[in-house]
Design a protein around this ligand. Structure first.
Ligand code: NAD
Length: 271
């Protein structure tokens, strides 16, 4: 996959972010910085990655743990600086931290605090990480592709949209708004830096089996109802299937891809 550089993954303690972190390490990244609110979960992911490497006996990838709240602008800036001080550069930033919420009764009855929390994590958190990462990436030398010497990037940022960055579903008021906004941020920022070799894309998962969807009774019920009728593949996706798309968007095989959305949704959005 031509993933040879240093990666930062938010939401790395669970679900899709965890799968992304593990895949970076398996596919040859030199280092992975794991960011999440949940420090215990981050330590568990680090142990899994370190054990995988020890078992395979291959070259290890440096794995560092950074507990951080992505809604804390100053904390995000500090952590990104620390990561770069340690790694020397930052090649891939993956914005997987996110929260989902359904407002009973929809927009007319949504509480401001719920709206703000979802927008804060999904949109503002993504913006803070993108901004800090882009400032670093724009200043560093491009890395060379190990595939065929094609012009390669100064950095790649992958933001997390969703099928709800493209369509709306009932009562997902703040979540749908946040994910549509993430697409807007992705498109405008990608245009700003396309000429500089900094690529910014979004991945848009469909219904994926993760703690986000399985631990919340409202979301898991909605997913169970939707999957048989609304997903042409008639199943939920796996975190690894999304991580594989993220690796494509970060690595050298997507060298001419920026400002786009990759839907990993079992066909949901083609209906
Ligand atoms: N699971 C799905 O069906 C699905 C579908 C479409 C999009 N997505 C998106 O994929 C991304 C990953 O979702 P997931 O299903 O793996 O969820 P998850 O709940 O399993 O993992 C999300 C992680 O984000 C972390 N997080 C939450 N708020 C944070 C904050 N303020 N600062 C730092 N970390 C924080 C959580 O601690 C958790 O470890 C999210 O952006 C989500 O919106 C998921």
């Amino acid at each position: 996959m031509d993933i040879t550089g240093f990666a930062l993954v938010t939401g790395a303690g669970s679900g899709i972010g965890r799968a992304c972190a593990k895949t970076f390490a398996q596919d040859g990244a030199a280092g992975v910085a794991l960011l999440d609110l949940n420090e215990q979960a981050l330590q568990a992911v680090k142990t899994e990655i370190d054990n995988d490497h020890a078992k395979r006996g291959d070259r290890s990838c440096t794995v560092d743990v950074y507990p951080v709240d992505v809604t804390d602008e100053a904390a995000v800036e500090t952590v990104v600086k620390k990561i770069v001080a340690k790694f020397g550069r930052l090649d891939y930033a993956v914005n997987a931290a996110g929260v989902a919420f359904k407002h009973e009764g929809g927009a007319a009855f949504a509480h401001t605090k719920d709206w703000q929390r979802v927008l804060d994590v999904n949109l503002n958190g993504t913006f803070y990480v993108l901004r800090s990462a882009a400032q670093i990436m724009l200043k560093q030398d491009p890395i060379l592709s190990s595939i065929d010497g094609r012009p390669l990037q100064r950095g790649a940022i992958v933001n997390f949209g969703s099928i709800l960055a493209h369509v709306g579903v009932a009562t997902s008021t703040a979540y749908t708004a946040s994910k549509h906004a993430v697409m807007g941020l992705t498109r405008t920022a990608s245009e700003d830096y396309a000429k500089d070799g900094l690529r910014i894309n979004a991945i848009c998962p469909g219904y994926i089996e993760t703690p986000m969807t399985t631990n919340d009774p409202v979301l898991s019920k909605a997913m169970a109802a939707q999957v048989p009728t609304a997903v042409p593949m008639k199943r939920q996706g796996r975190p690894q299937e999304v991580a594989d798309g993220v690796m494509y968007l970060c690595g050298g095989r997507s060298s001419f891809v920026t400002g786009t959305a990759l839907f990993v949704d079992g066909g949901y959005t083609q209906r």
